[in-house]
Write a protein that binds this ligand. Sequence first.
Ligand code: F6R
Length: 241
Amino acid sequence: MHWIVCPDRQAQTKACAAIIAAQVLQKPDSVLGFATGSTPLATYRELIDLKRAGVVSFELARTFNLDEYVGLPIDHPQSYYRFMWDNLFAPLEFRPGQAQLPNGMADDLGAECARYEREIESAGFIDLQLLGIGHDGHIGFNEPADVFSKDTHVETLAERTIDANRRFFATRDEVPRTALTMGVGTIMRSRRILLTAFGADKADVIREAFCGPVTPRVTASILQFHADCTIVLDSEAASKL
Ligand code: F6R
C-alpha cells in the first residue's frame, strides 16, 4: 500500500484530484470508479476546476459508480444518480451513457446486479476506483460480514450506516434499508484503488482496516492484499496510525 498523509483537508483533496487527473491524462479512455458521500465532494470540485482550466478532459473516460439505493427514483434528491450528475457529471459535461450506476429501481434486482457486473467486465474492468470508508469499515456498501462478497449484489445496510446516512433525509424512516453495491470482488478487480478519508472520526477505522488483520468484519482490510492501493488521508484521519 502507498500512503499519502496530508497536512490538511485541502491538501488531501488536491492529492486525490491529482491522482485521478494523472490517470486520465495517461489514459484518456480510462474506466473510472466513483463513490458518493461527503468524502469525495471536494475532490469532485477540484476535478471540475481542472477540467474548466483545460488541464484535463474527461471526454473519452467512462465511469461506474460503486452503489445506489434500492427504491429511490433517479430524480430523488438523495439518489446517488442525482448526486453524481449534480456534483460531477453535469459540470464535467458528460454525455448520457458515459456514466453508469446500478439501477435501484429495477424490477429484477438480481438481474440488474448481473447486468452491472457484465457491463464492468465488457468495459475491460476499472482502471482506477475511488473509495471512501464507512465508520464500520465498509467500502461501497459492503457491510461487515462473515465472508467477503464477490460480485454486485443487494446489500442490507447496517444500523450504523443508516444512522450515518440519516443526515441527508428528513427522517430516519426515509433512509433506504437496502442498496445495490459492487461486491468486494468487483472492487478488488480494479487495477488501481484510491481510498481516501478525512477527519478524526475516521481515525479508528483507518487503523483497524490497515494496521489490523484482514477480515470481512472490517471490509476495507481486504485492500491490504491489493497490488496497487493508495491511501490518502488528512492528518486527523491518520492520527491513530
Ligand atoms: C458511497 C460509498 C460509501 C461511502 C462511505 C463513507 O458511494 O460507497 O462506502 O464512501 O459510507 O461515506 P462518507 O464519505 O459520507 O463518510
